[in-house]
Design a protein around this ligand. Structure first.
Ligand code: 5GP
Ligand code: ZN
Length: 118
């Protein structure tokens, strides 16, 4: 069973913010912003590549509610999902990073020259 499935099953503790039948949100163990939450589907999905439109519809509403719960909906925030090897995905259970609580930098993404593909 993968790490996030163990969190869903409460075999590994997590600081849970919100939960319903289908989705779970908890604080990232290694936060990269004052607010750094992970939102996941409870049913295992490897990554964004496999997720259905139906799951994404529920995930969208769930993440909007989470942002309201932690009061970053008015100030703004960022939603990121890392996908596969080049996306830098470490945990192979679909998760969305919800980052906020400060003005976020728009950072450095790779050492390749992005203009090469223009
Ligand atoms: P990825 O790099 O796969 O997009 O992000 C995985 C995220 O999961 C990282 O930000 C990492 O800090 C977080 N993470 C890894 N293990 C745990 C854990 O056991 N508990 C929690 N709450 N977060 C974790
Ligand atoms: Zn899983």
């Amino acid at each position: 069973m993968c790490l996030f499935c163990k969190i869903v099953n409460k075999e590994i503790p997590a600081n849970i913010i919100a939960e319903n039948d289908d989705f779970l949100a908890f604080h990232d163990i290694n936060p990269k912003a004052p607010v750094h939450i992970l939102a996941i589907p409870k049913c295992h999905v490897d990554s964004f590549i496999e997720v259905t439109a139906e799951t994404m519809a529920g995930m969208t509403t769930f993440m909007q509610e989470v942002a309201k719960t932690v009061k970053i909906d008015k100030s703004g925030y960022r939603v990121i999902t890392n996908i596969g090897e080049n996306g830098g995905q470490e945990v192979k259970h679909l998760h969305f990073h919800i980052l906020g609580g400060t003005k976020l930098a728009w950072g450095h993404f790779s050492d390749s020259d992005p203009k090469n593909n223009l």
